[in-house]
Structures are given as C-alpha cells and as structure tokens.
Design a protein around this ligand. Structure first.
Ligand code: F6R
Length: 609
C-alpha cells in the first residue's frame, strides 16, 4: 500500500520518479506527489486522485530540473484523499520533504508534542509529524536525524526523505514494509518494489528491517539504527521492462490472464529430478521432519486464500495430513493450536500482506515450521519464513490477481505432492502421473483461453445485473468464491460464492426470476448432487451459467449458458475453471466502463492490518 520512489543521479529526477510512480500506481491511487531538490530548496507538487492529475499539474507549471527527488502514490489511511493530505509532506522550514508508506501508531502523541513545541501541522496525516521530527533533530547529518526519528516511531513504515541542503542525497528507512535499492551506474534508486526502476537497472539491493539507507549518485550506504554500516544482499532481477508494460493490451489484467500458461510453466520448471519425481530443496525441511508433521496450516487473504483452499484439498487427499486454511487476519487472534510439528504455509503474491505476515509471526512464535509461497523474491514473508517456494509468476500489476493465483495453486499442488512423495502416502508412479497431468496444464490453459469469446459475450450481455451468485462443490467451491470476488472487486456487483450444498440453507432466498447463477461444475464424482442443486435454483427462476468439462453432458440440460473447459483430473480443474471466471469479471467491468486495473478503494499490496 502506497508506492514510494527515490532517485539520485544525473537525470531529471521528476521524470525518473514519475516513471517509477506509474509502475507503482497499483499500490494505491488516492493521490500522488513529487519533491525535487533544486537551488537549495525542495520543490513539492502533489495532487489528490490518480497520477494523471499530478502529471497534468506538472505540465502546467515551470519544469522541475533537479536531479535528486522523491515521489509517492497513496492509498489513504490517516486522512481523506485530498491535496492537503497527499505526500510529500514538509516541515516548518519547507526544507525537509518526506514520503511514507505504513502507519505510525504513536502518531497522536508525537503530533501533540510537536504542536506543544510550536510546530504547525497542516494535514491530517501521520507522515507530516515525521517531517517536523526530522526538522528538530537535523544538525547537518540527514541520515543521523532519520535514525533518531525512527527510534521513536511505533508501527510500520517506509520513509524516504529529501533535504534542501543535500542536492545529492536521499535517505530511506524501513520497518516491516518493503523498500529496495536499485543499483545503477552513476545513479541509484529507492522504491517499494523493483518494478519502479526496472527500466534503469536490474540490480537490486535488499534493505532490511530497521535499516537506514543513504542513497547518493555514486554510493549506497546502509546502516542499522545505531549507525553501524551493514552488508547488504544484492540480487539480479531476471525479468525486464517488457514484463512490467502492457504490451499492447488495453489493461494489465488482460495481459496477465494471457500470460498464465507461461507462468505455470515457470512454476513447474526445474522442479523435477531425472526420475520424474519432485525436487523441492526450497522447502528446507528434512525428510524426517516431514514424516513427523502432524498438521499443515495455510494462512492467506483474499484470492490467495482461495488458492490455499485448493491446496488443502490436494494436501489432504495426497498426504492424509490434517490441513486447515485460515483467513490470516483472524488466525492469531483466536489462539490457534500450532506447534513444532505444524507446517505453516503463508500464501501471498506480494509477500507483504500485513495480516499474513502477522499470522506467520504468530505461528513461528509457537515454533511451527514455516514456508512462504510467494511471487516476490526477498519479500518480508519470504525473508521471515524458514523457507520460501517462489511461484515465479513474474510481475503482476493489475490489482485483481490472476496469474499469481494460478501459480500459487500450482505451487500448492507441488507442496502436496512433495509431502506425499516423502511420506510415502502415494507411490512414486502415482506422483509421476500427477506431475505429468500438471505439466499438461499450461497447454490446457491455452486451449481454455482460445474459447473465451463466448464468455466475453455473456459478460457483456449480463453487465447490467446487480447480483450474481456463484456455486460449486469440492474444488469448485473455492473457484466459486474466487469468481465472486473477481466480479465484486472489478464490477462492483453484489456477487457471492457458496458451496452448492449450502444454498438451500439460506442463500437460495436471494434467487428470483432471472438471477444469474454461475455453476462451477468440472467433471467430478459429485456432479449428480450438483445437478440437484441446480434444479432447485432453476425451479426458482435462476438463469444458470454452467462451467463444465468437455465430454461431460450431465449438466447440459440444466444450463441456460454452457462454458466448456478441457478435460483434466478433477483435483486440478481449478487451474482451468478459474480462467472463465477471470475473463467474465474483466469483461463485465469493461462493459460497465470501469477501470479494470485499478478498481475503486483497493490497492494491490495490503500492508495495513
Ligand atoms: C484479489 C486480490 C486480493 C489479494 C489479497 C492478498 O484479486 O488480489 O484479494 O489476493 O489482498 O494479497 P497477497 O497475495 O499479496 O497477500
């Protein structure tokens, strides 16, 4: 939540910072702002609303020419999304400019003390307090002032600070939220995410917990809060600008849907040994520890929670280890039973979701073994887990998750199969057969994608509906939840997903003449039960849209609209049924004239609890 950029180098900072903000806008789009150091001042421009408002304001004023700058794109927490609350915030002298991601929990006390001390604060934000605190502590050494301020801040934050006296310096600080340095030649970058500077450098340096970074054009110095210089881990990003661009698509989401076959191939790549069995060294758990496991607990939020649910079905089926899936924001508050024979799997695209991170920390305190299933190398969830299984989906820019969910599910199948392989609950031939089925999936997703025109037409046809229900059984159920979540977040429709067997216990009351009901019915032993549920709905006037498998005619008589997916094992079917759900939601939102990539009120990386 909130995107941050800092730049020091020979180029016009405003251009580099704006380019970075454009790539980070998925993190929040309530307001945007930049500050550039020039002629011993900091020049600040900021606007409520999307980045385009800021760009327009900048085009109508004198150019900013300085080569050191910071920028911010906001997802509002403290204070409404107005010009006044937009970052950067400045101190009383106007010499210190600060951008911030996170929430400063002791902000009320800090603000009170500043006001008593004579400072004038103009916004409702917690961030502005930081600018005034830096002003108080500054004696010529900006990094020392930021270090001293950080010691007093509660909560979580990434701060990036510029000062009028320092035309070749930006200072960053990090606690609990992501900050990464981009290592260039004669120029350096700071950002919430490498996508911001991928057009300039693919070399990145990790900034760790409670570290302060001094960024100059020719150096990056990282210290701890006491000022001791620390070594940093550097890494090379293995994708380039093309991956972070729309590449001719109208929306990133449409591009990311099409990228799914390649993304799943990447998730599977190199994870099989010469005998066709799985090699998941990343798990870093000994065979003995795997055999000793008593339970698996998977924590996640939103769409990642739906991937986790699919993972539960697979893990339990193949390993017979009791597996529970928990909404991360609820997990730690109910005192869950977790111990050292628990494998805690944290599923998170961003690896920065605060709820998931806190659930992970709680489980680790109870001595659980932890595994991150994440798309983001070096993310906090990955770094704080005992092991990380990277999903390798590539950058996902659209706020609504598609290829990340697809690759998470693939990774969860791999976890299930690996545990089964080590514990011997499935014989090697069966594991090999499941892996062969998984390797077929990218091709089957391609085939599914080629059939989507019928789904787009249907979405356009239904786009004036205000309520859509989704039902499914077994692994169709998490996909019903995912279909409903996609539609509600993109098209602002009241969409609900239910286990098909549950509708008669209440939700069926929502059905009236013509209510669209999407039925996730891939081939499965439970299809006959689903047929009964669908008949119950049709008897009450539901208009049924049935997603089913090639060659399975059981549902056909009860479908007002039929969407066919290729045949695969029913346990793997979510990797195919999800595709029409994504396409349906995107087209529905497009038909309503909505911004598919940036739905209202949302941000991609949810770093507040
Ligand atoms: C929905 C969506 C969200 C995320 C959720 C968790 O399309 O993207 O529901 O799945 O915010 O995010 P991560 O996976 O980054 O922890």
């Amino acid at each position: 939540m909130c995107g941050i950029v800092g730049y020091v180098g020979p180029k016009r900072a405003v251009d580099v910072v704006l380019e970075g903000l454009r790539r980070l806008e998925y993190r929040g789009y309530d307001s945007a702002g930049v500050a550039v150091v020039e002629n011993a001042t900091v020049d600040v421009e900021r606007r409520a609303g999307k980045l385009s408002n800021l760009e327009k304001a900048l085009s109508e004023r004198e150019q900013m020419t300085g080569t050191t700058g910071i920028g911010h794109t906001r997802w509002a927490t403290h204070g409404a999304p107005t010009d006044r609350n937009a970052h950067p915030h400045v101190d009383c002298t106007g010499k210190v400019a600060v951008v911030h991601n996170g929430t400063i929990e002791n902000f009320a006390e800090l603000r009170h003390a500043l006001e008593v001390g004579g400072h004038q604060l103009h916004s409702e934000t917690d961030t502005e307090a930081v600018a005034h605190m830096v002003e108080e502590r500054y004696d010529g050494d900006l990094a020392a002032a930021v270090r001293s301020v950080c010691k007093e801040l509660g909560g979580s934050f990434v701060l990036v600070v510029a000062h009028a006296d320092h035309p070749d310096l930006v200072v960053g600080a990090r606690r609990n939220l992501p900050l990464v340095a981009g290592v260039g030649e004669g120029e350096n970058f700071l950002a919430s995410d490498v996508t911001a500077f991928i057009g300039h450098t693919r070399n990145a340096r990790v900034v760790d917990q409670d570290q302060i970074v001094e960024l100059r054009s020719d150096s990056i110095t990282v210290t701890d809060l006491e000022g001791t210089v620390v070594d940093g881990e550097q890494y090379h990003v293995d994708w380039d600008t093309d991956a972070a661009e729309k590449g001719g698509y109208e929306f990133f989401m449409l591009k990311e849907i099409e990228e799914q076959p390649a993304a799943v191939r990447e998730t599977l790549a190199g994870r099989l040994d010469s005998k066709g069995l799985l090699r998941l060294d990343e798990l870093a758990l000994s065979d003995e520890d795997i055999r000793d496991l008593e339970q698996v607990v998977v924590v996640a939020c939103g769409s990642s929670y739906h991937s986790a649910m699919v993972g539960k079905y697979a893990i339990e089926r193949w390993t017979r280890i009791a597996t529970s899936v928990e909404i991360a924001s609820e997990f730690r508050y109910r005192d869950p039973v977790v111990n050292r024979r628990t494998l805690l799997v944290a599923v998170s695209q961003s690896g920065e979701t605060a709820d998931t991170l806190e659930a992970l920390r709680h489980a680790r305190q109870q001595r659980a073994w932890s595994l991150a299933v994440t798309n983001t190398v070096g993310s906090t969830v990955a770094r704080e887990s005992d092991a990380a299984l990277y999903t390798r989906g590539g950058p996902e820019v659209a706020v609504a998750s598609t290829k990340a969910v697809m690759t998470q599910m693939t990774a969860m199948y791999l976890v299930g199969l690996y545990l089964a392989q080590v514990r011997g609950t499935r014989d090697p031939d069966e594991v090999r057969a499941h892996l062969r089925d998984l390797q077929e999936i990218p091709h089957l997703i391609e085939e599914t994608l080629s059939r989507m025109e019928v789904v787009r037409e249907l979405a356009r046809d239904l786009s004036s509906e205000e309520r859509v229900l989704f039902i499914g059984r077994h692994v169709g159920y998490p996909m019903a939840l995912e279909g409903a979540l996609k539609l509600k977040e993109l098209a602002y429709v009241s969409a609900e997903g239910f286990p098909a067997g549950e509708i008669k216990h209440g939700p069926i009351a929502l059905v009236e003449q013509g209510t669209p009901v999407v039925v996730l019915a891939p081939r499965h032993a439970l299809t006959s039960k689903l047929v009964t549920n669908v008949q119950e709905l049709r008897a009450r006037g539901a208009r049924t849209i049935v997603v089913t498998t090639d060659g399975d005619d059981a549902m056909e008589p009860y479908a007002d609209h039929l969407i066919r997916i290729p045949d695969t094992k029913s346990l793997l079917s979510p990797l195919l049924t999800m595709v029409p759900m994504q396409v349906f939601a995107a087209e529905f939102a497009k038909a309503r004239g909505l911004d598919v990539d940036q739905p209202r009120n949302l941000a991609k990386s949810v770093t507040v609890e």
